[in-house]
Design a protein around this ligand. Structure first.
Ligand code: AMP
Length: 504
């Protein structure tokens, strides 16, 4: 696999692969440590190819484990520490891993569970490279678990072939025409956007300047890190861009080498586009788009002042050259003409084989046409001579601060909280961007609590089941729900009650 060959190639250069605070990992160390992990896996697991679960955040040992897994021909499942124990347990139930790396001492059960110390000892062992066992093009490299509408996370499988197609498609966008450079590595490894860092930037000999979520949450620490970083290439959610833009210090003087900013994962506002153009005259700014199911990114638009002046929102741009973006009628599947809104469908080698052990869900969203795999994104879009506009979702999936959330997932988990009989969750939006979630709950019995006490209690209970970013900001108890003719909760009527900005 290309990335593994490139790690070996840069291992002889003395280059730094990761910088995280005062610590660094060179390409030589990354290559040797991943060899050590691969050798240990082969010894421990024999022929068993069950994916390996990696629970942690931005620890420097994690990439060595990931590349170690694929050197041993196995898939890995990165699970971020924002996932609480219950959510992790649901992923473990599905994967049934034989080997689990638990860097936060969550006490997770698996036949072989490694804590940080045990892992470090393994990574230090000398080991010979094992190129003959590396993953092959059709093999799954990783699975990322995303929010699922049933209340259970679903695992998107990505193969070595998918990653090769992604690298090929994204190369013109991420290319800086330089050997090396610094890439901002701030996205949790359990989110697809981190694949740009691991499978593109590292394959180009870049240094991943690593920032963890504690630093991201403290503006002072974040700006100190950015000032020190020397970042050339920035890939983040618009949410992070907006947080940074709140400070006038976020400009080319802070990041003098920054040449490209790629914003992706959620709606990018024109305001952010214009701010970035003003503050970074030496850089190009892009709005890029793609679901986890199509590896990472599949379209991009370079943001210019003319583009910001044109329509009400920014386009997500043109599909990469090695895939097809089609607009289809969501009901009939008919391909729609230019300018007509419908579901965006992606066809190409970057499209995942499907969800892990969920043929039902896979069949709903994926299909094969000739030799090509296709994915129905659920995104409402229209194409204008190849440039795509994004209008929102066809279902109950939202993006909140860059995180993908199925509203039904939150609703299903609310029903697990004691004394909740029914629940409905609505997003509150501004400028086409979701700002927060509100949960409406119908109690089984009066609880005698004030609204504040109840909200606190429900949020605490929900926080045990879901990552904190999925916990609604507001909790509203209702005496009854408005129902539509099907007897289902009428979200439109609820949204009307919530006032401006609420979307059903
Ligand atoms: P994820 O799988 O987490 O990458 O989320 C994919 C979804 O995020 C897409 O299906 C879109 O709904 C949304 N999304 C990703 N990029 C953009 C973008 N540039 N503009 C608007 N929505 C986006």
């Amino acid at each position: 696999m290309f990335i593994l060959e490139q790690l070996r190639h840069y291992a002889s250069t003395g280059r730094v692969a990761f910088r995280y605070g005062a610590e660094t990992v060179t390409y030589a160390q990354l290559d040797a440590r991943s060899d050590a992990f691969a050798a240990w896996l082969l010894e421990t697991l024999g022929d068993d190819r069950t994916p390996v679960v990696l629970y942690g955040h931005k620890e420097l040992s994690l990439p060595a484990c990931m590349f170690g897994c694929i050197k041993a021909g196995r898939a890995y499942v990165p699970v971020d520490t924002t996932f609480p124990a219950d959510r992790v347990a649901r992923i473990l139930e599905q994967v049934q891993p034989k080997v689990l790396v638990d860097l936060r001492g969550l006490g997770l059960a698996a036949p072989v569970a490694l804590d940080g110390a045990a892992l470090d000892a393994i990574l230090r062992r000398p080991a010979a490279p094992t190129p003959e066992t590396w993953v092959k093009p059709g093999d799954v490299v990783y699975m990322l678990f995303t929010s699922g509408s049933t209340g259970q996370p679903k695992g998107v499988q990505i193969t070595a072939g998918n990653i090769a197609a992604f690298r090929e498609g994204v190369a013109p966008l991420l290319d800086l025409d330089l050997d090396g450079g610094v890439f901002l590595n701030e996205i949790s490894y359990s989110f697809d956007v981190s694949v740009c860092a691991l499978y593109y930037a590292l394959s180009r000999g870049m240094t991943l300047y690593t920032v963890d979520k504690d630093t991201l949450n403290q503006p002072k620490a974040l700006f100190a890190a950015l000032a020190e970083s020397g970042v050339d290439l920035w890939v983040s959610t618009p949410s992070l861009g907006e947080i940074c833009c709140q400070s006038p210090k976020f400009d080319q003087a802070l990041l003098p080498k920054a040449r490209k900013f790629i914003f992706c994962g959620e709606v990018m506002t024109k305001k952010l586009g214009l701010q970035m153009l003003d503050r970074f005259p030496g850089a190009k700014i892009y709005n890029a788009y793609g679901p986890t199911e199509t590896t990472v990114l599949v379209t991009a638009a370079e943001i210019t002042r003319e583009l910001c002046d044109r329509g009400p929102s920014l386009p997500i741009g043109y599909g990469f050259s090695n895939l097809e973006c089609r607009i289809q009628d969501p009901e009939t599947g008919a391909i729609l003409p230019d300018g007509q809104a419908g579901e965006l469908v992606i066809l190409g080698d970057c499209v995942s084989p499907g969800y892990f052990r969920r043929p039902d869900l896979t069949e709903k969203s994926f299909f094969t046409e000739g030799t090509r795999r296709g994915y129905r994104t659920g995104d409402l879009c229209a194409s204008h001579h190849g440039s795509i506009d994004y209008f929102g979702r066809l279902d109950g999936q939202v993006k909140l601060n860059g995180f993908r959330v199925e509203l039904e997932d939150v609703e299903e988990n609310l029903l697990k909280v004691p004394n909740i009989a029914r629940a409905a969750v609505l997003p509150e939006t501004r400028d086409g961007t979701v700002q927060s979630l509100t949960a409406f709950v119908l109690l089984e019995a009066p609880d005698g609590l004030s609204s504040l006490q109840r909200a606190r209690q429900i949020k605490t209970a929900l926080g045990q089941l879901l990552p904190s970013y999925m916990v609604p900001r507001k909790i509203v108890a209702v005496d009854r729900f408005p129902l539509n003719t099907n007897g289902k909760i009428d979200k439109k009527a609820l949204a009307a009650g919530l006032g401006e900005g609420a979307t059903p």
